[in-house]
Design a protein around this ligand. Structure first.
Ligand SMILES: *[C@@H]1O[C@H](CO)[C@@H](O)[C@H](O)[C@H]1NC(C)=O
Ligand SMILES: CC(=O)N[C@H]1CO[C@H](CO)[C@@H](O)[C@@H]1O
Length: 338
């Protein structure tokens, strides 16, 4: 055991020394082009192939031996928009698994009812009434919480709103509000809690997003734009955290949902509704929490949805619309929730 740690350290120090040599001597030489680049090129290509091969092997092995789920005891989870729909189910299930749950919502009555329900089941929970689009409020509440409660180790950006109206019918204030709730507010929440995670080199950021963050929908322009934005936010934050060894241990999970029976809006229709229409918030929450505990980067519900959309996005426009028409995704009725 002791000898193997010494060996790992030795390899690490050699690797670091090699990096310095590479940066100071080899890379400029390489950049100069010509024959000088050949040895390094060969080495780098070899490393590339080995990395690809080992990653694929591990991925195949993972299919048979799923990763162990991390324990949630001792974690403090903040959920925005906790009072209804998926947020509520997530809060209940996180508490059941032993996490301390902090519920944020702008609906005080339903939020308090949720906190009481969790406490009655012997869970630990605190509720705060807050509008997450008010950035000063988010920052000051986060500071107060960090002083008086434990430090937040998981943030679930769940709060959202949705509209379904043609762009010509949308009020400008609703557009601004929708982008604020679905995109900007996530910046305020992440900025309020990430610094503390970085200090402790420990944390997990989760965003609950929708298929509208992956593909276009008619009559949902601001919603789609905000969700595409949220995808950009999550993907780049993942990259930023990955590139710095200090923050590597902070994980992110993006959840993409097709349609959840939250009762907030009529279920969308498509060709295969008889086969798959909506998932209950309870089941969605279970899948999401399992994925979070396995540190998955992305969770898609249903599982194949994201891959199908990604595949379709590779196609040229004319092919894409043929598939879109075939699946015939529609949102029924016009509604605006902001
Ligand atoms: C983040 O994910 C990695 C890889 O799965 C894991 O080793 C690490 O413990 C996770 N970090 C946290 C804070 O859960
Ligand atoms: C964070 C966020 O905006 N959540 C939304 C993600 O998509 C689902 C399903 O469309 C919405 O219900 C959430 O509000």
């Amino acid at each position: 055991m002791h000898r193997s740690t010494a060996l790992v350290r030795f390899i690490g120090s050699v690797a670091r020394k090699f990096r310095t040599i590479e940066e100071v001597w080899i890379l400029p030489w390489w950049g100069s082009g010509g024959l000088a680049a050949i040895p390094l090129w060969t080495l780098d290509s070899f490393v590339l192939v080995v990395k690809l091969f080992s990653t694929c092997t591990i991925a195949v092995a993972r299919v048979f031996i799923p990763p162990v789920m991390k324990s949630l005891h001792g974690e403090t989870v903040l959920i925005t928009g906790a009072a209804g729909g998926i947020g509520r189910e997530l809060a209940l299930q996180f508490a059941e698994l032993g996490a301390t749950v902090i519920c944020w919502d702008k609906d005080a009555r339903r939020n308090n009812a949720l906190v009481n329900e969790i406490r009655q089941k012997d869970g630990e929970s605190y509720g705060f009434t807050i509008d997450i689009t008010a950035r000063e409020q988010v920052a000051s509440l986060a500071q107060m919480m960090q002083r008086q409660l434990s430090e937040v180790s998981m943030v679930v950006c769940n709060a959202g709103a949705v509209t379904c109206l043609p762009i010509t019918h949308l009020h400008q204030d609703s557009i601004a509000k929708l982008i604020e709730i679905n995109l900007l507010a996530h910046f305020w929440v992440i900025q309020a809690f990430l610094p503390n995670m970085v200090d402790r080199r420990y944390g997990h950021i989760i965003s609950i997003n929708s298929s509208a963050g992956l593909m276009p929908y008619a009559d949902m322009i601001p919603y789609c734009a905000a969700k595409f934005g949220l995808k950009g936010l999550m993907d780049s934050i993942t990259e930023e955290l990955r590139l710095d060894t200090w923050t590597k241990n902070i994980n992110t999970t993006s959840v993409y949902l097709a349609s959840v029976a939250t009762g907030f809006y009529p279920p969308p229709t498509h060709r295969f509704t008889s086969w798959y229409s909506e998932i209950q918030p309870k089941d969605a929450a279970k899948i999401i929490i399992d994925g979070i505990r396995k540190n998955y980067k992305e969770i898609s519900i249903p599982v194949f949805m994201k891959s199908l959309i990604d595949l379709n996005n590779l196609m040229p426009y004319r092919i894409r619309i043929i598939f879109t028409d075939f699946f015939n995704f529609r949102h029924r009725g016009w509604f605006c929730f902001c």
